[in-house]
Design a protein around this ligand. Structure first.
Ligand SMILES: CC(C)(COP(=O)(O)OP(=O)(O)OC[C@H]1O[C@@H](n2cnc3c(N)ncnc32)[C@H](O)[C@@H]1OP(=O)(O)O)[C@@H](O)C(=O)NCCC(=O)NCCS
Length: 200
């Protein structure tokens, strides 16, 4: 296989990115029965929002003209997204952010630390275990170096063994665990069974 080129995606890459996003959502739906993959048209719209908007960096791994993998990263401070380095916020968000800062100052709330969120990472199966996942993470994080982030985080489905091994190898470790119970007893009066003889 030939050399792989890694570069940020632009809106011209929409037809390359959308199928990869769809493959990732399908792969995740196979691992996580609670995740229903969105329809292709919705994925296309979502990809366009990411590519045009000021928050998400998408890097593509390309074999010639064919995209074989991608990563999507954004920066956050508390609840707010930070603009990509070198990009301004839209006017409405600028006003909102100024108001939020003013309110935080008034309430004496300390500014949250900046964090990078690894939102998506996907390599086509035949391109895995060639160091491309690691390279995409490294290249994407390097582009946020001016943000001064104090942490990088992501979510991984508990039965994604491949993903967990990959992230562990990059120095990531679980910080909190999402607990879930599925099935017809998820809500309603019998959701939590009473212990015999208690709580009557
Ligand atoms: C997880 C994923 C992105 C890894 O990409 P990749 O390009 O294969 O990863 P790399 O080749 O850079 O692997 C780097 C290291 O991670 C570890 N690793 C990666 N995949 C592994 C696997 N299947 N089993 C064990 N270790 C693995 C290894 O230590 C590897 O180094 P090595 O090959 O020298 O042993 C890829 O498997 C993938 O796209 N999976 C489906 C989507 C997904 O799960 N995304 C993450 C969601 S949170």
């Amino acid at each position: 296989m030939g050399a792989i080129d890694i570069r940020p995606a632009t809106i011209a890459d929409l037809p390359r990115l959308a199928p990869l996003m769809e493959e990732l959502r399908l792969a995740m739906a196979r691992l996580n029965p609670a995740a229903t993959p969105p329809a292709p048209a919705a994925i296309l719209r979502q990809a366009e929002v990411y590519l045009r908007g000021p928050y998400n960096l998408i890097m593509l791994a390309l074999a010639g003209e064919e995209a074989v993998g991608f990563i999507r990263v954004n920066a956050r401070r508390g609840e707010s997204f930070l603009p990509l380095p070198g990009r301004g916020l839209p006017l409405g968000r600028r006003v909102l952010e100024r108001f939020r800062r003013w309110r935080r100052r008034r309430e004496g709330v300390e500014e949250a630390a900046a964090a990078l969120y690894l939102a998506d990472l996907y390599l086509r199966p035949e391109r895995r275990r060639q160091g491309l996942g690691r390279t995409l993470v490294r290249e994407a994080l390097a582009r946020f170096s001016t943000v001064g982030a104090e942490m990088v985080y992501l979510f991984v489905v508990a039965n994604n063994d491949e993903g967990i091994r990959f992230w562990t190898g990059l120095g990531f470790a679980p910080e909190s665990v999402l607990m879930m119970r599925r099935g017809p007893t998820a809500s309603g009066p019998e959701a939590i069974p009473r212990e015999e003889g208690k709580g009557k």
